[in-house]
Design a protein around this ligand. Sequence first.
Ligand SMILES: NC(=O)C1=CN([C@@H]2O[C@H](COP(=O)(O)OP(=O)(O)OC[C@H]3O[C@@H](n4cnc5c(N)ncnc54)[C@H](O)[C@@H]3O)[C@@H](O)[C@H]2O)C=CC1
Ligand SMILES: O=C(O)C(=O)[C@H](O)COP(=O)(O)O
Length: 376
Amino acid sequence: MKIIADENMPYVDALFSGIGDIEKVNGRTLRADAVEKADVLLVRSVTKVNAALLEKNTRLKFVGSATIGTDHIDLDYLAQRGIPFANAPGCNATAVGEFVFIALLELAQRFAQPLKNKTVGIVGAGNTGTAVAKCLTAYGVNVLLHDPLLQKQGDIREFVSLETVITTCDVISLHVPMIKSGPYPTQHLFDKTRLLQLATGTWLINCCRGDVIDNKALLDVKINRPDLKLVLDVWEGEPHPLPELVPLVELATPHIAGYSLEGRARGSLMLYEALIKTLGYSSDKPFKGLLEPHWIARMDLHQIPNEKALLQLVRFVYDLRDDDRMFRNQFLNVNGFDHLRKIHQHRRELSTLTLVNSGQLDVNWLFNLGFSGIEL
Ligand SMILES: NC(=O)C1=CN([C@@H]2O[C@H](COP(=O)(O)OP(=O)(O)OC[C@H]3O[C@@H](n4cnc5c(N)ncnc54)[C@H](O)[C@@H]3O)[C@@H](O)[C@H]2O)C=CC1
Ligand SMILES: O=C(O)C(=O)[C@H](O)COP(=O)(O)O
């Protein structure tokens, strides 16, 4: 069996080598000739899987995408050809949740505006939006959710309108899929009109898809609104973001909000499990066996951390400023964006740091936030 896998998908050898011969490819430049002989195709968000890519292939038994987003997959075409498909919903939710939380702690310190006093509006309350809400709620931040689809489906959480989010929230974090049509499209959901409605001093975060914000309009608005603070992990026109926009963004990263090692390992493992189910085999790969232990084992807590100390604590695990710095140095290089994504190996989740509570401190909120904990 021939397995063609994106070279940026970790743990492919550990998981799939017993199933077939693996060929690793650049997913961004993948073309029909290269997948002609594939029995299994494993992709990431940069590969458009459609009739043009698969026209020469008559043997494909499975397509997997190690992502939650499926906007790069022609699902109707796969269904029409009877090719089983799986993606990896939720694999990177914790990573995105922690990324947004850490970004907000960074902005709070930078602008001396405590995060605790802010109201955060989350647009799209699925896997990643819920993970952001979990971190913020654990820390005691007020959160408002907007998700008309979940609201209609009877989700018991409280929801507000998009207008309420835009006009009343101090922070807005976007977590919707890329949808071009239908009753709730998200392409340019934040167009010039909505961007102009943002309240003074709003912090706007986009970790879902670049096209959810009209980036040209954002540039125009931001030039005249220094009060707006932006965190962008995703960009229109990836891998070539608008060059004038990047310097105006507080924290700028190359679509890596979901790139914890744990999140990426979960994505590969979910595809492995879906493939062996499709083939009728049984699973024998434990998640824990895939990951290397983290270099920080445990840390003693002697007092309850304030917001500044909390930021120092999370920076031990993941310092978002490193990714921001590398991005600013590289984004103008032709392959800079993709290069940074390819070499991204340095991020773990908060659970890799065990906090030892030897002083009977009231720190359950830290464990709810994601750190591992031991009570002595
Ligand atoms: N930057 C990164 O590394 C990552 C980006 N993503 C992107 O984020 C998106 C969301 O991821 P998940 O939360 O895991 O997906 P999800 O499918 O679990 O949640 C998306 C939510 O958005 C809601 N939604 C859809 N249209 C909406 C609209 N017009 N207004 C408000 N809510 C709407 C849906 O009802 C759903 O609850 C993905 O589709 C993907 O494009 C996801 C993971 C990592
Ligand atoms: O899950 C998604 O959807 C994402 O956007 C991934 O986190 C990142 O996508 P890749 O480009 O690495 O597949």
